[in-house]
Design a protein around this ligand. Structure first.
Ligand code: SF4
Ligand code: SF4
Length: 502
């Protein structure tokens, strides 16, 4: 069938800079660059380019630039180029459009409309270089009241199990299969070094990662891949995955080609078979059913590990979170609609769910209104881009944040959204041995540790500027935020005043 689509990207090669070394041809798993022996130079097939930027970064003479294909549209906002290209692709293939990573559409990014406060004159700021600044966080349920043995000066109330984070940042779920083992190892090693946690996602815990069990969160998802007693016992926390911000309401699908020997062993499924995660858990159709699973997992692990439940941010997320808290969840994770994924139907990713900022504020407020906020910890996920986003998330009510895309960017990801193709040139979203070896776990871990340490220091600086010396005092402290460019309804949901308002 005739192909009516045109390239998305243009490979610009500066002939004055190019030394014909062939590095770009060797680096590109998408076979964009080829050494043309007849012409005696390197040429490009623009149509195969996914804009991963590997060749641009690796070119020794900076001869390459990837630009948008200079196609002129018809000037219509409605039938724009992207809409017409999608139709051309579907007319050709009859297939659902697949994409990867987070929602790239032009919805408001509320983080960018929330400004942070700082101390001036009436309350002193704190210098984090000279004064103690606490960013340690405990996740888990808190007892409603503390019983204290006055004579022995000891807390005697039974304390629910909790996990301790030295920084308020964890690495969110990314499964082996969707990302490489070297990418997972980088995150596991970084989590251990930082005193925080990585999440193995729904694909099981590879045996090489078991030694990082004290820093591992394991998922129990609808496919139950890799779940057995050993898996549950190895982890520090167990997370029931109900939904994911990038694809609320639907399940997952890892194609059989990606199920090699290692992935098959870790997921406990036959090699080469598609790994299908159903949309619902087939034993959960109500909050009561969820409660059964939460308590089954608590019972199985002798009430020694907190149980977290992760949901996508959807319209009634606050009511759902209230049910989850009452069902016995120790930690609630809300994943906003800009959260990343290895593969999702593009229409779902781009049109379903709500922003994390609004979801987080409404969940925190609802739990406070119902007097059950202290029963659970709240983790925000779905596009945390920098330390200021973390401060905003905590001020809106989060105890901690989950990061995934930012951690992958630290490893080299350039957000090309081509993970589903399995040919990630950065060795991240691929199982091809020639590509995965490009990511050295030790170097990867060092980059991620550097990023999180820098962020944590910036969080301390921002808190110090507000005159706050412990992240606990920032949690839900919305007076530290002011809105700009927001309407009254948005301000009401976020629970923040407008900039300039006293
Ligand atoms: S890597 Fe750079 S210098 Fe080498 S062939 Fe490609 S464009 Fe030319
Ligand atoms: S992980 Fe790799 S394939 Fe996926 S967006 Fe990043 S660079 Fe592209």
């Amino acid at each position: 069938m005739l192909d009516f689509t045109y390239p998305r990207y243009k490979v610009e090669r500066d002939p004055n800079q190019c030394i014909q070394c062939g590095v770009c041809a060797r680096q590109c798993a998408n076979e964009v660059h080829m050494v043309d022996t007849d012409l005696g130079r390197v040429v490009a097939d623009h149509k195969k380019c996914v804009n991963c930027q590997r060749c641009v970064v690796m070119c020794p003479t900076n001869a390459l630039a990837i630009t948008n294909w200079p196609q002129v549209g018809n000037g219509s906002n409605n039938w724009n180029l992207a809409a017409m290209q999608d139709i051309a692709k579907q007319a050709q293939t009859g297939a659902v459009l697949l994409s990867s990573m987070g929602n790239p559409q032009h919805y408001p990014i509320y983080w960018d409309h929330l400004l942070l406060n700082a101390s001036q004159v009436t309350n002193p700021s704190i210098d984090p270089l000279r004064e103690p600044m606490e960013t340690r966080v405990f996740l888990g349920s808190r007892p409603e009241a503390l019983r204290i043995n006055e004579r022995e000066r000891k807390v005697v109330s039974p304390m629910p199990p909790r996990i301790k984070l030295d920084v308020p940042i964890m690495f969110s779920a990314m499964s082996f299969g969707s990302i490489s083992l070297n990418a997972q190892k980088s995150l596991a090693m970084a989590a251990e070094e930082l005193g925080t946690y990585f999440n193995c996602g729904e694909g099981g815990l590879h045996k090489d990662l078991e030694k990082y069990g004290n820093h591992a969160i394991v998922q129990v998802a609808s496919g139950r891949f890799g779940v057995d007693m050993h898996y549950l016992e190895t982890a520090a926390m167990i997370e029931i995955k109900i939904g994911q911000g990038a694809k609320p309401g639907i399940g997952g699908h890892l194609p059989g080609e990606k199920i090699n020997d290692e992935v098959s062993r870790t997921r406990m499924i036959p090699k080469g078979t598609d790994a299908i995660s159903p949309a619902p858990h087939h034993d959960i159709y109500s909050i009561e059913d969820l409660r059964q699973l939460i308590f089954s997992l608590k019972e199985a692990t002798h009430y020694t590990k907190p149980i977290s439940v992760k949901v996508a941010a959807v319209h009634n997320v606050a009511a759902i979170a209230s049910g989850m808290a009452r069902a016995g969840a120790d930690v609630i994770v809300v994943d906003g609609f800009r959260g990343g994924t290895g593969a999702a139907p593009a229409r779902t990713r781009d049109n379903v769910g709500i922003p994390i900022e609004l979801a987080l504020a409404s969940v925190d407020q609802r739990l406070r209104d119902e007097g059950i906020r202290s029963r659970v910890s709240l983790v925000a996920a779905g596009s945390i881009r920098n330390s200021a986003d973390i401060v905003r998330a905590v001020a809106l009510g989060a105890d901690a944040v989950y990061c995934a895309s930012s951690a992958l960017i630290a490893l080299g990801c350039h957000q090309c959204q081509a993970c589903a193709g399995g040919k990630c040139n950065w060795g991240i979203a691929t199982q091809r041995a020639d590509l995965t070896k490009r990511l050295n776990p030790e170097i990867g871990a060092e980059r991620v540790v550097n990023l999180v340490r820098a962020w944590n220091h910036e969080v301390q600086e921002l808190m110090g500027g507000m005159g706050i010396n412990a992240i606990d005092s920032l949690r839900g402290n919305r007076l530290m935020l002011r809105g700009v460019g927001l309407n009254e309804k948005e301000l009401e949901i976020l629970g923040v005043k407008y900039a300039g308002e006293q």
